[in-house]
Design a protein around this ligand. Sequence first.
Ligand code: ATP
Length: 296
Amino acid sequence: MTILTLSQLTKRYGDTTVLHDVSLEIVAGERVALLGHNGAGKSTLMKLVLGLIQADGGRIEVAGHAPGSPVARALTAYLPENAAFHPAITGREQLRYYLRLRGQPVRLADELLERVGLADAAGRRIGTYSKGMRQRVGLAQALIGGPRLMVLDEPTSGLDPVSRREFYTLLDELAAKGTAILLSSHALSELEARTDRMVILARGKQVAEGTLAELRADAALPLSVTVKPRNGQARRVAEAFPTGVVSEDRVIFSCAPAEKLAVLEKIAALRDHIEDYDVHAASLDDLYSHISKRAA
Ligand SMILES: Nc1ncnc2c1ncn2[C@@H]1O[C@H](COP(=O)(O)OP(=O)(O)OP(=O)(O)O)[C@@H](O)[C@H]1O
């Protein structure tokens, strides 16, 4: 089921068009990453989805409802990059306040805080929380009511590596239950395995969209191959791969995706001379910088 539809969305501020004809659909359970340089239009797109600002062209639907309408608001949760709370109240009080606002029982506060790993700090003033802990309060708030669509603006900035992993595990659980997730992030490496699809914006234009595999196939960037020769075999192996560079007893070279099988066959034929090898496909970082340069 389609949860979010953007069709030829356009937004202008004065004479400047900050989003041009952006179209996107997110179905239930899908995790979509919105990528782009500073000022590319990510937050603007999110504000439009939330109904905080109005588009100048195109259409947005949240499960068939207009953004910002009471039904769309009830179905949507939002976590801003720097969730801000009153420092004098406790995590539990803050959650109870949000639960009341959303017409939910306040007894759910402790359960939500437990889900985001804040059970021990529930009775402490938020002013004593670290940035990562405040982000978790924001996430707990976003979980209220079992949203169908979650919009997360750079949700992991300021979180340590373990907290980031826990955060994505929580998102995976939500997606598995059918929540559609739209998140922006500059931390590309963590998105590779944790999102289903990426949309890349460059100066308001949608310059690429697809799964990591689709973006890789489209960009056709070379693979990086590293071969570790057995002792005393470096020269023999280097001769077999003349474009390679020898570094720290390894021979490193690149090959086009279409040549991958031929290279693997060659490596297999040299098995008596080779101790190990690695083949690295282009990372999301590589793809992002390639696509951004192509769009410039
Ligand atoms: N209220 C506004 N008035 C005028 N211009 C604005 C307004 N809000 C955003 N912009 C402009 O719209 C463009 C897109 O901004 P936006 O905040 O959507 O980018 P972003 O991709 O979220 O960037 P970042 O990664 O830095 O958060 C920028 O050029 C910005 O200056």
